[in-house]
Design a protein around this ligand. Structure first.
Ligand code: GLU
Length: 314
């Protein structure tokens, strides 16, 4: 059971903008084990809302690698690219409630804005009280006002955010007509009845915005646990941008062992070379969320974990 009083329901939500890399596999492993050891469901959602950066082929490849690594998800795979109507309905609800406003500002006009800790421009509020004469809206933003959001992360501890200074009025519908990740994730988690979100700490800074949107939309707030993020020797998050090596689905046992070690679990040395199902049996019997290292990032440099490094340029 979750603390919601409803059955635990977790999820893994990869973005098919690049192949599955070690960092995503860590999120998949942690969210799966937490869900299963708490008797819950584990859903899968393809976050292909950004159609310009995602492809069907990559999504198919991610599913194949997950299957090869022995993951099994509950229910159908949800694809954000098919859920535009749900996002439009949520935006319409926020419009009716007067919580959003059209914004005419171009990227260049915002170039001098203050920058949030996650690198995004903090909106200076130019269009918040209406569009200037002769200008038309390109995007839709939500007005955050003086919102202060706090939550207790099961791994990272208490997080308190002042949205105005940390994010500003953020975009829900982009100028290119695509719905923003922040809106899509909140609508999808809400509709799927997700009770617990276990994901990488690179999304810790987004969580306050998501909780704020949940509150605006009258949706429940799930429990959160943000796992440390795998970074390369240069301290960069493993991602398509840093050319992280894709997970090798032909060595699933060792890949899974590496993810478990990264997550602070201590699989016995005898499991080296074992079949993936054997590694899963051990993991399901021994998973401990409280053994996951705290802190937002962990480098592979000091730990000899295979499948982790970023060296190969594929
Ligand atoms: N799609 C996001 C990513 O791959 C994860 C979003 C989430 O778990 O909320 O980084």
């Amino acid at each position: 059971m979750s603390t919601f009083g409803s059955p635990y329901r977790g999820r893994f939500a990869p973005s098919p903008s690049g192949p599955l890399h070690f960092g995503s596999l860590v999120a998949a492993t942690g969210s799966f084990l937490e869900a299963k050891t708490r008797g819950g469901e584990w859903r899968l959602r393809m976050e292909d809302v950004d159609a310009l950066r995602c492809s069907r082929e990559t999504a198919g490849e991610i599913l194949r690698v997950l299957e090869a690594c022995g993951f099994a998800w509950d229910g159908e795979v949800i694809r954000q690219s098919r859920r535009r109507q749900a996002y439009a309905a949520a935006l319409a609800k926020l419009m009716a409630a007067g919580r959003v406003f059209p914004c005419a500002c171009t990227r260049r006009e915002l170039a001098d804005s203050l920058v949030a800790p996650d690198g995004a421009a903090i909106y200076p509020g130019t269009c918040r009280r209406g569009l200037a004469a002769g200008r038309s809206g390109r995007a839709w933003r939500v007005a955050v006002g003086a919102a202060r959001v706090s939550f207790d992360d099961a791994i990272q501890g208490r997080v308190v955010s002042e949205l105005a200074s940390e994010a500003g009025d953020f975009i829900l519908l982009r100028a290119d007509g695509l719905y923003a990740y922040q809106l899509a994730v909140v609508v999808d988690d809400g509709e799927a009845g997700i009770t617990d979100v276990v994901r990488g700490a690179d999304l810790l800074a987004s969580t306050s915005r998501q909780i704020f949107l949940q509150q605006c939309l009258g949706l429940p707030t799930p429990n959160y646990a943000h796992l440390p993020v795998a970074v390369n020797a240069a301290g960069e998050k493993l991602s398509k941008q840093t050319r992280a090596t894709p997970v090798d689905g032909s060595r699933p046992g060792s890949v899974l062992l590496a993810a478990l070690e990264f997550l602070g679990q201590q699989p016995p040395p005898e499991l080296a070379g074992a079949a993936v199902q054997e590694v899963w049996s051990w993991a399901r019997a021994n998973w401990r969320l409280d053994h996951v290292p705290r802190g937002p990032a962990l480098s592979g440099a000091s730990q000899n974990v295979s499948g982790w490094d970023n060296a190969a340029d594929t």
